[in-house]
Ligand binder design. Structure first.
Ligand code: COA
Ligand code: MG
Length: 334
């Protein structure tokens, strides 16, 4: 049992609530996976499906869907007067659900809303893999939540994801990402939110996202500078699969690890287009084999068919192959 001081709304600030031990923790991590450049082992975050916590039918579908991660949303997809109901539904759901390989993330309401404390209570009770903070604009927002979590002994594995979805969030992305360097930081990933960003900037939705690309790239660069994963924004049109596939391919080319999804129909294309292609796998195997060839021992640069290959390429290949191993391990499990 875990003691949580000061989080009991309506009671003495010194009261302590007893919570059950962790209910849901990340099963997607592998200890043997490569950790270079990133804070964490290779993980699959190709398809990150968001599910309104208020929607029973959608919740019931989750355990049968082939997504890498699920964001249970308490924020924008839940009407103001249904927040309490949504928390109750989510608690009941997570207490009984088996999410298998899927990472479990809860998106809460921002700290300046009346829902934040109760949302955090729920997070600390359910202990998902991560809590997703909306509209992050300053490093202190992440740090405050990390401090709050750090006060709870049982929350060791609980990570923080941050939504970058406002002009100030984009401008401060590097500072926010750099807060992930401290030893007590739990920051693991950025998620871009283009609906809010479009609203704030006045940039209309358009194929190719031409005028948003500079902002997107700024967020990707900030994440990479500090070893975070970075997830591309949702696409609202879930019937136009051709446009969605184009956007996935674009996001992959920009360096995103995966995409936030709103509908089950988007899972398969996201898994395919953010996953390693057959050609990339073959190339990675070739590089890994070349560098493990005793003839190349001690060399940092080798020639493969007229191309200069450096050891850093072999490291990239190892990361890709770790993801391939995760994907194939998935195929044997529900
Ligand atoms: N997760 C799980 N299941 C979902 C789902 C989701 N995100 N979106 C739809 N489904 C289910 C539906 O429940 C439906 O199953 P059912 O017939 O058994 O109820 C099935 O997939 C087909 O859905 P469809 O009829 O095509 O769409 P819909 O009208 O039920 O839902 C949305 C459309 C947009 C309302 C819904 O997809 C949704 O709420 N998405 C998430 C929105 C969100 O989280 N926004 C906040 C972050 S941007
Ligand atoms: Mg938003």
């Amino acid at each position: 049992m875990v003691l949580i001081p000061g989080l009991c709304k309506g009671l003495s600030p010194n009261c302590h609530l007893a919570w059950p031990a962790k209910a849901c923790q990340n099963s997607a991590m592998t200890s043997e996976a490569s950790t270079f450049r990133f804070h964490h082992p290779s993980r699959l975050r190709r398809s990150v499906l968001t599910v309104p916590a208020i929607n029973d039918r959608a919740l019931d579908k989750v355990a049968g869907l082939d997504c890498d991660a699920v964001i249970f949303d308490l924020e924008d997809s839940v009407a103001e007067d249904r927040k309490v109901d949504a928390r109750h539904k989510l608690l009941e759901f997570l207490q009984n659900a088996d999410l298998g390989h899927r990472e479990c993330i809860i998106r809460i309401n921002a700290s300046d809303t009346p829902h934040f404390r109760e949302d955090m209570r729920l997070v600390l009770q359910c202990l998902p893999d991560a809590v997703l903070l909306p509209k992050v604009e300053e490093p202190v927002t992440v740090q405050d939540v990390a401090d709050l979590i750090g006060e709870q002994d049982a929350a060791e594995g609980l990570r923080i994801w941050a939504m970058i979805e406002t002009p100030r969030g984009v401008l401060n992305a590097a500072a926010i990402a750099s807060s992930g360097r401290t030893s007590d930081s739990r920051l693991d990933a950025f998620v871009v939110g283009l609906n809010d960003l479009r609203k704030a900037t006045g940039i209309p939705a358009a194929p190719g996202r031409t005028y948003l690309v500079p902002y997107l790239m700024q967020v990707v660069l900030a994440a990479r500078a500090y070893g975070l994963d970075v997830i591309d924004s949702v696409s609202n049109d879930f019937r136009d699969m051709e446009a969605f596939s184009d956007e996935c391919a674009q996001g992959r080319a920009m360096g995103f690890d995966g995409k936030m999804l709103i509908h089950p129909a988007q899972i398969e294309p996201a898994n395919r287009l953010f996953g390693p292609s057959d050609a990339a796998i073959a190339e990675a195997r070739l590089l890994a084999a070349a560098f493990s060839d005793p003839a190349h021992a001690g060399l940092n640069v080798i020639n493969i068919d007229g191309r200069m290959i450096e050891r850093l390429h072999a490291e990239e290949a190892a990361r890709l192959l770790a993801k391939v191993a995760l994907i194939s391990a998935r195929k044997d499990k529900p």
